[in-house]
Write a protein that binds this ligand. Structure first.
Ligand code: ARG
Length: 389
């Protein structure tokens, strides 16, 4: 029997996909990747077995997600189209890479995912698979099957005894991991409609909350967050704490029209409290310790890096080369940044570093001034020389 490893989320699509693939003659290994999506796995495992999986494999990828994906993206400053902090996009190459490893371990000849044919995620999954093992067959049931609606899928599930939970289903399509929540569909498909309160997953209720301003201090070492308010902290814990705190304040909400790789414009909302706070703090620390030319050049790299992530081009020579560049820029990104949290916004209010390039004796307008203002004239005359009439 041919074996396929399916990236299984526990939801309706991938539950039905198990049965659909089994009906096509595959032995289906349901593979669940834990990237912090807060889903309970026990019912999902039971559902996979009921649907006909020959085996269920669960992998906790949270640590690897932070060290190998989130921190490199943070150091690079990757943000897509100025706002999207890439939670979903960053998780896909990781999930797909581990899926290839599971396929090898299970001696499977195929992998499958539950993405539709309209999104970016199918691209990210399949490019990753092909970059890591071009011999694996790739199956995308949701792109191929005969169901024309969710109702038809539910009927199929009922007919085949696949236990599904339709009551809990939200009208939105939600993807979650420790770096953020992505929400689309439902009423959000009207780009002019304001996101309803219930579309928010982590920051729900922020509007009604009466909160005092709060300042947090984040410690960085070589571009990596290592502590919160002076306490050394494990990366996962640090992200979880900032998510919890930031969510209360409604920080990191984004409502945007974004350009998908497949050419469609789509309306997405995101919630990424920790990512928003950390990216802002990190960028601020860089502005203190990097010289002007490096900082400006790096802004271009950040944009390119975000595109690579968004386009599913994680396992490519360019991404690796950019990582090497970014890494050399982070040697002095050590220090602490204070961020003030207010409702819906995080704002840097102070920064320090042993590698600070800021010189008060140069910048000051006060008595400590060491800057020889007479030098400015010669500098400007030469600067203007090519343009002088
Ligand atoms: N538009 C985002 C991306 O392509 C998120 C897509 C995932 N979405 C979802 N809501 N189900 O990265």
């Amino acid at each position: 029997m041919k074996k396929v490893v399916l990236a299984y989320s526990g939801g309706l699509d991938t539950s039905v996909a198990i049965h659909w693939l089994a009906a096509k003659g595959y032995g289906v290994v349901a593979y669940m990747a834990d990237v912090g999506q807060e889903k309970t796995t026990a019912p999902a495992i039971a559902r996979a077995k009921k649907a006909g999986a020959v085996k269920v494999v669960v992998r906790d990828l949270k640590k690897k997600f932070v060290t190998d994906y989130l921190w490199p993206a943070l150091k690079a400053g990757a943000v897509y189209e100025g706002r999207y902090t890439l939670a979903t996009a960053l998780s896909r190459p990781l999930i797909a890479a581990e899926q290839v490893a599971v396929a090898h371990a299970e001696k499977a000849t195929a992998v499958a995912h539950g993405c539709t044919g309209k999104g970016n995620d199918q691209v990210r999954f399949e490019v990753t698979t092909q970059a890591l093992d071009g011999s694996l067959e790739i199956l995308a049931p949701v792109r191929e099957w005969e169901f024309k609606s969710r109702e038809e899928e539910i009927r199929y599930a009922r007919r085949h005894g696949i236990p599904i939970d339709v009551t809990k289903k939200s009208p939105f399509s939600i993807d979650k991991n420790i770096w953020g929540v992505s929400v689309e569909a439902g009423v959000l498909e009207d780009p002019n409609a304001e996101p309803p309160a219930e579309s928010f997953q982590w920051t729900r209720g922020a509007e009604g909350r009466n909160l005092k301003e709060k300042t947090v201090e984040i410690q960085f070492e070589k571009g990596v967050p290592v502590g919160l308010n002076g306490r050394k902290m494990d990366a996962l814990k640090l992200i979880a704490e900032l998510n919890a705190l930031g969510s209360l304040y409604g920080i990191g909400r984004m409502d945007m029209i974004e350009n998908r790789l497949v050419g469609i414009k789509s309306r997405e909302t995101y919630e990424a409290p920790a990512a928003t706070i950390l990216i802002q703090a990190h960028r601020d620390l860089e502005s203190l310790v990097l010289d002007r030319e490096l900082l400006h050049y790096k802004e271009g790299v950040a944009q390119k890096y975000a595109e690579l992530v968004y386009y599913g081009l994680w396992f490519t020579p360019l991404r690796k080369a950019l990582d090497a560049f970014v890494e050399t820029t982070q040697a002095r990104v050590t220090g602490a940044v204070r961020v003030k949290l207010r409702k819906y916004s995080a704002c840097v209010v102070g920064r320090r570093s042993p590698y600070s390039l800021y010189k008060e004796t140069l910048a000051t307008y006060g008595g400590k001034d060491k800057f020889d203002q007479r030098l400015a004239k010669g500098f400007i005359d030469l600067w203007a020389l090519p343009y002088r009439k």
